[in-house]
Design a protein around this ligand. Structure first.
Ligand SMILES: [Zn+2]
Length: 152
C-alpha cells in the first residue's frame, strides 16, 4: 500500500508540476505525478493547443513520459486541479492500459486529498487487450471474407 508520506509526496509533485501547465485557452491548469513500480515519479501537465483537439492532459503526459523511459508498472497517480477535478475518460483509458489497480489520488490546489480511488473504479469494464485477442482478425492482418480493409 501507499504510505501517507508517499501520498503527500505525489500530491506535492503534482502541485509543483502544475505551475508548468500550458493552458492559455481554458485557464484550467492540471498537474499530475505518477509513481512507478521502480520508485520513480514522472510528472505531467496539461498542454493545450490553438487547434483544441491537439491538447493533451497532464495524466497522459505523465504516463507517456514514464512509458518512454521503459516503465510499465504503475503504483499511483496524483492529479491536482483548482477544484479537485477527476481524470477525464480518455485518461482513464490510457491509465487502464497499464493496470486497473493503479491508485488515483485526486487533490485540489491546496494539496487537500479529496478522493482516493483506482483506475478500475473510475473505468468499469475498461477496454483491454483481452478484447483485441477476441477479435476475429489474426495478428497477421488476415481479414475474414467480406471485411473491408480499406484497400481497393
Ligand atoms: Zn484527461
Amino acid at each position: 500500500m501507499l504510505s501517507d508520506e508517499m501520498r503527500q509526496k505525489l500530491i506535492e509533485s503534482a502541485l509543483e508540476a502544475r505551475h508548468w501547465a500550458y493552458a492559455p485557452y481554458s485557464g484550467y491548469t492540471v498537474g499530475a505525478a505518477l509513481l512507478t513500480a521502480s520508485g520513480r515519479i514522472y510528472d505531467g501537465v496539461n498542454v493545450e493547443n490553438a487547434a483544441y483537439p491537439n491538447t493533451i492532459c497532464a495524466e497522459q503526459v505523465a504516463v507517456f513520459k514514464a512509458v518512454s523511459e521503459g516503465e510499465r508498472e504503475f503504483i499511483a497517480i496524483a492529479v491536482v486541479t483548482s477544484d479537485g477535478g477527476a481524470p477525464c475518460g480518455s485518461c482513464r483509458q490510457v491509465l487502464s492500459e497499464f493496470g486497473l489497480e493503479t491508485l488515483v489520488l485526486i487533490a485540489d490546489e491546496n494539496g487537500n486529498l479529496l478522493a482516493e480511488t483506482t483506475v478500475r473504479e473510475l473505468l468499469p469494464n475498461a477496454f483491454r487487450a483481452d478484447w483485441i485477442k477476441k477479435s476475429p482478425f489474426t495478428p497477421e492482418g488476415d481479414f475474414p471474407e467480406g471485411t473491408s480493409t480499406g484497400s481497393v
